[in-house]
Design a protein around this ligand. Structure first.
Ligand code: FES
Length: 180
């Protein structure tokens, strides 16, 4: 069976202007339609296969790296230089919903805890000069060294983020949550 290549002629040999309205609306005949469909279908298959391969590669890369996660599974929290001594920064960790608080207690000492008070979830305010995280809602406070309650109504310690400092970067490597 030979492949028919479409040409410009109309099937009945009459000029375009004399063709019925339906032919002018849809001027492709069956042989041309088959030819175009096969060619377009092949192109469609090639393009979708390529897009699928690119998508899978992207998903694989994102899955292994994670958002902000490095190859050791650590999640970058901050650069050391971004936080002055006595300074703090809020951050989130992939897979958790609550905010965390990173506090630079001294040149080489960082701590990080959940930012919500374990009494009624008010946001905590870091007060490194007093060695505590303060809750203004009911005058509660947590020890900055340990995350344990030191005054007011809170009875449970804060979730603590395990940190690792490597070069100029502070990484989170996990969360210890005593509430669970
Ligand atoms: S919510 Fe923090 S002490 Fe009550």
């Amino acid at each position: 069976m030979s492949l028919q290549i479409p040409d410009d002629r109309t099937p009945d040999g009459k000029p375009e202007s004399e063709q019925p309205q339906w032919r002018r609306d849809f001027p492709i005949d069956w042989p041309e339609d088959n030819y175009i469909s096969r060619r377009d279908f092949t192109r469609f298959l090639v393009l979708t296969s390529f897009a699928f391969a690119v998508g899978q590669t992207w998903i694989l890369a994102m899955g292994s790296m994670g958002r902000g996660e490095d190859r050791q599974g650590r999640e970058l929290v901050a650069s050391v230089d971004d936080i002055p001594e006595g300074g703090a920064k809020t951050f989130t960790i992939k897979g958790t919903k609550e905010p965390f608080l990173l506090v630079r207690m001294s040149e080489n000492t960082f701590v990080a805890y959940g930012q919500k008070c374990t009494h009624l979830s008010c946001p905590l305010i870091p007060q490194p000069e007093m060695g505590r995280l303060y809750c203004p809602c009911h005058e509660g406070a947590f020890d900055l060294q340990t995350g344990h309650p030191m005054m007011g109504p809170p009875r449970r310690p804060l979730p603590r983020v395990r940190l690792e400092i490597s070069g100029n970067k502070v990484y989170a490597t996990g969360v210890e949550d005593h509430r669970l």
